[in-house]
Design a protein around this ligand. Sequence first.
Ligand SMILES: [Ca+2]
Ligand SMILES: [Ca+2]
Length: 282
Amino acid sequence: MIQTMILQKNNTICVQTFFCILLLLLPVLCVDAERDEATVAGNWTFEDGTATDTSKNSINGEFVGNPKAVEGIVGKALQFDGESHGINIPDTPLINTGGPYTDRTIAAFFKCHDISINQKQMIFQEGGATRGLCLYVYDGEVYVGGWNRAQYNWDGAWMSERIRSNRWHHVAVVIRDAADKVENDKLEMWLDGKLVGKEAGGQLYAHTNNTSIGYVTQKTIYHDGIEDLSNVGWFGGIIDEVIVYNSAFDNADFTKIAQPLSVEPEGKYTTTWGYLKGKWTK
Ligand SMILES: [Ca+2]
Ligand SMILES: [Ca+2]
């Protein structure tokens, strides 16, 4: 009888200890950020007025024309004239010549001078007509797209959201846990720290066509199916803090990364959401 009571007491202590340990571990278990620094490909902050990659990988960009160093949303940024300024990013297995890439995050802050002009304005693009990813402004909206028209034949998906001229936005495209087939909800668009939508997609295979910021080089594909060649899609405005990772950022990551928008003056950030409309195209 006494032994049984001691046994029960020990069991109770064991259970209490177990829950105490669980409580201590909860903050660790609940961390849901998916940003993995080990997967960084490039990080272009433009702090010194050049397109030097500040990640350990040194994927340094080269100017096309003469982008100008200006005040950005995080330190310095680069201003593009909408006609002849851009940045070429060299080939690297971390972005385009390796793969297949099952997880990818490309993100940037941008402030477009005039979102209404009849011209696509490229923020970032990689790949060409067969495989690629792109983020651009056109007709009042910002778009992201992805495609892999070989191997398993992903025709591509594009999403868009309304934005404003002359104000900072943060846009990102994500490939999340994709495979060698088209599956639902593998391509994501994020704007100003919020998820805009998800579309079907798959992993991205190696693609040798060039990567660029601020304009298109060696083709891209837009939401309207148009394939664009080189030296087009010039961006007019400021681009800052461009990053490419081979991990899929999540809500906590984007909330944190888009934080500089919340200190923008004139309450612009809060009023933006009145403009939002769910619109995207396949
Ligand atoms: Ca910067
Ligand atoms: Ca290209």
